[in-house]
Design a protein. Structure first.
Length: 145
């Protein structure tokens, strides 16, 4: 995959370079924070003369405020041409994990159970024969319940 990305041209190459830049900006910010706060800083960017810090939860945003002067100083030092003079913190909550709908399992009918048993008697493979016989028995038990 890497060699393919290295051959990228035009818009794709620009996107890759931007992604690498934003990753580097994020790493600089995370490295300037205490360990417990590092994973909660999820994005860094600039808007006019403001350093934008993106955090995943409001509780961490409160703690991040203590480190704003230090972070601003580091970015001012590395990017003096941006003339950064303030910090804005945005809370970008994690998207909730989607709830998977439960699958309705329809047990095999009694006819299916009998058919599996018949097939198991004709199959040469011992493993498949045992598996079909076992499924047949399980299907029969489900129809009796």
């Amino acid at each position: 995959m890497k060699p393919l990305l290295n051959q990228a041209h035009g818009a794709l190459k620009n996107l890759l370079e931007d992604a690498q830049l934003f990753q580097a900006l994020l790493e600089v910010g995370q490295d300037s924070l205490p360990i417990e706060l590092q994973p909660h800083l999820i994005g860094v960017s600039f808007e006019k003369n403001s350093l934008l810090l993106q955090i995943d939860e409001a509780v961490w945003a409160t703690q991040l405020r203590f480190y704003e002067p230090n972070l601003l100083g580091i970015y001012q030092e590395h990017f003096p041409h941006l003339e950064l003079n303030r910090v804005k913190v945005h809370i970008l909550p994690k998207t909730p994990t989607p709830i998977k709908p439960k699958k309705l399992v329809t047990p095999p009918s009694e006819e299916d159970a009998l058919e599996m048993l018949k097939i198991s008697q004709k199959v040469k493979s011992q493993g498949l024969k045992k598996a079909l016989a076992s499924l047949s028995l399980r299907a029969k038990k489900n129809t009796q319940d």
